[in-house]
Ligand binder design. Structure first.
Ligand code: PGA
Length: 254
């Protein structure tokens, strides 16, 4: 199983900046050994067009793939402000991020809606990273297992029966570690990831072993290597430190 190194650019970079970063990353990664790694960048929808231009129509000339941070689960229609998966796919992107805590928190996306999004994306053949994670309050109230169980059982409730296992990855991101510089310690990460694996086994049985579980929350060039060595950590989802090509490259090659 290749480690998945994913970038989440959030709402940063205008298209020409995106293009410069992508070109920089392309150059840096061209000398990297990516035999055991897969790299994907989740970027604002408008920047997907810059990426498409970079690829000159063929997504495979880049050493990474790219995807959308959001979409609305319908073919098309009267959904002002939203992007469809057909639009995302027209840029050469075949990945989407679902369930990020910022979408849950600021845009009120609940488990039922996220289940619908996940089903829609998998049925469309997209690769997905489905995010889960507890708040500080929930952790302090000893609700870690309960929160992860609910997010996974309800979020994965509509998985298509025959979905391809490599098209679903889970990102465990403790909300209190996102953008705060506070990284969960190694024991906490190991514990949470083994819980996720156990809960996944109850939902998708043997597919749980082949499902990548990423860690996210203040991953930086200086902690990525040790995080990636923790048991059941199959990749990382990187926010702030992915915005600079050199910093993200260091994480990819760590
Ligand atoms: P961070 O963000 O690396 O800036 O903490 C991670 C994320 O939100 O996915």
């Amino acid at each position: 199983m290749k480690k998945l190194i994913a970038a989440n650019w959030k709402m940063y970079k205008v298209p020409h900046e995106a293009r410069i970063e992508a070109e920089g990353l392309k150059t840096l990664l061209s000398s990297a050994d990516l035999a055991e790694k897969e790299v994907v960048l989740f970027v604002p929808a408008i920047n997907l067009i810059s990426f498409a231009a970079l690829c000159h129509g063929g997504a495979f000339s880049l050493p990474f793939t790219y995807g959308g941070q959001n979409f609305y689960p319908a073919e098309e229609g009267a959904f002002t402000g939203e992007n469809s998966l057909n639009m995302i796919s027209a840029t050469g992107a075949n990945w989407v991020l679902i369930g990020h805590s910022e979408r849950r928190m600021y845009f009120h996306e609940d488990n039922a809606f996220l289940a619908q999004k996940l089903e829609f994306a998998l049925n469309k053949g997209f690769s997905t990273v489905f995010c889960i994670g507890e708040s500080l309050e929930e952790r302090e109230a000893n609700k870690l297992e309960e929160v992860l169980t609910n997010q996974l059982k309800e979020g994965l409730a509509k998985l298509p029966k025959d979905y391809e296992v490599e098209k679903l990855s889970i990102a465990y991101e403790p909300v209190w570690a996102i953008g705060t510089g506070k990284v969960a310690n190694e024991a906490d990460i190991e514990h949470a990831h083994s819980l996720v694996r156990k809960i996944l086994a109850e939902i998708i049985q043997q597919k749980a072993e082949e499902t990548r579980i990423l860690y996210g929350g203040s991953v930086k060039p200086d902690n990525a290597a040790s995080i990636l060595k923790i048991k059941n950590v199959d990749g990382v989802l990187v926010g702030g430190a992915s915005l600079d090509a050199e910093s993200f490259n260091k994480i990819v090659i760590s």
